[in-house]
Design a protein around this ligand. Structure first.
Ligand code: PAF
Length: 294
């Protein structure tokens, strides 16, 4: 694996790689979720390019930019072992040199949920990803399903500007107790770590309610809330359209896919997660109600 630090060198090296070229953008502090992205990229692509860049633009003033975990040597070793061909690991000055003055505003989708809690976050994500996409010129880019709103935001921008790469979404990798793998899990104290799967259990409670035929958003959310216990504190639980991240008031009549999204605080660490909802179950149950009523 070749490691390059400048955009010009990385762009030149990427152009020489075999096609289709698969890109795995990361902020480092790699965990099995990242390695699942690389494994998917390896399976689909003739060559794989990864990036490691802790992007200051996507951290707000009260976010954890300074303390975000950094483990470059170990990350580099893991990516090489996983079969990555090219690693681009720029510094902040390289990505945002003096005079860099553009940004991508993804619009309304970036103001909801994560965007409401972290104003400017998705502008930072979209801006850095557009620059990484430009440097790599990849055919496909790989992102984890855990960050569903990030995926939806990037799809929106790529759709709006009619540009590639194609986004490939890789299923969330979980610990045995259901906790979604995240670089931020290292912040959790042992007591917080023990409580952390509660977020996934709440989302599963929402999915179970749908399986039983519940389609109303308020009642689905209530089923999730019933599983949130101290020390876990809810930041949000909701039922949304996975493309627009607009709230879905009733999944039986929405007619499209719906996902349960959630975020919870443990001390000063905030976790996010999501699960798909079986819209067909709610629709089928709605049909039964209608035929009984009719
Ligand atoms: O998901 C991440 O790790 C980051 O948001 C990304 C996509 C690498 C952009 O900095």
């Amino acid at each position: 694996m070749q490691t390059l630090r400048t955009a010009a060198e990385a762009a030149q090296a990427a152009r020489r790689l075999a096609r289709p070229l698969a890109l795995v953008p990361t902020m480092g502090a790699l965990h099995p979720g990242h390695l699942a992205l690389v494994a998917s990229a390896r399976r689909d692509g003739a060559a794989v390019m990864a990036t490691i860049f802790v992007n200051p633009l996507q951290f707000g003033p009260t976010d954890d930019f300074a303390r975000y975990p950094r483990a470059f040597a170990d990350d580099e070793r893991q990516l090489a072992a996983a079969g990555v061909d090219l690693l681009f690991a720029p510094g902040v000055e390289e990505m945002y040199p003096a005079g860099f003055d553009s940004s991508i505003d993804p619009g309304a989708i970036a103001t909801r949920y994560e965007g409401a809690i972290r104003p400017g976050h998705f502008r930072g994500v979209a801006t850095v990803c557009m620059k990484l996409f430009g440097i790599a010129g990849a055919d496909r880019a790989y992102f984890g399903a855990k960050d569903a709103q990030q995926v939806a935001v990037l799809q929106q921008v790529l759709r709006d500007f009619a540009i590639g790469p194609e986004i490939v979404v890789v299923p969330t990798v979980r610990e045995d107790d259901g906790l979604a793998r995240s670089s931020r899990n290292v912040y959790l104290t042992p007591a917080e770590r023990a409580a952390a799967p509660g977020l996934y259990h709440a989302l599963q409670g929402m999915a179970d309610a749908v399986e039983r035929g519940e389609s109303n958003r308020d009642r689905i959310v209530a089923a999730g809330r019933a599983r949130i216990h101290t020390p876990l504190r809810e930041a949000y639980l909701d039922v949304v359209d996975p493309v627009t991240f607009e709230l879905v008031p009733d999944i039986a009549t929405a007619g499209s896919a719906a996902i349960a999204i959630g975020s919870g605080w443990l001390g000063s660490t905030r976790l996010i997660d999501n699960v798909p909802l079986n819209v067909a179950a709610a629709v089928a149950h709605d049909g039964i109600h209608e035929s009984v009523a009719g």
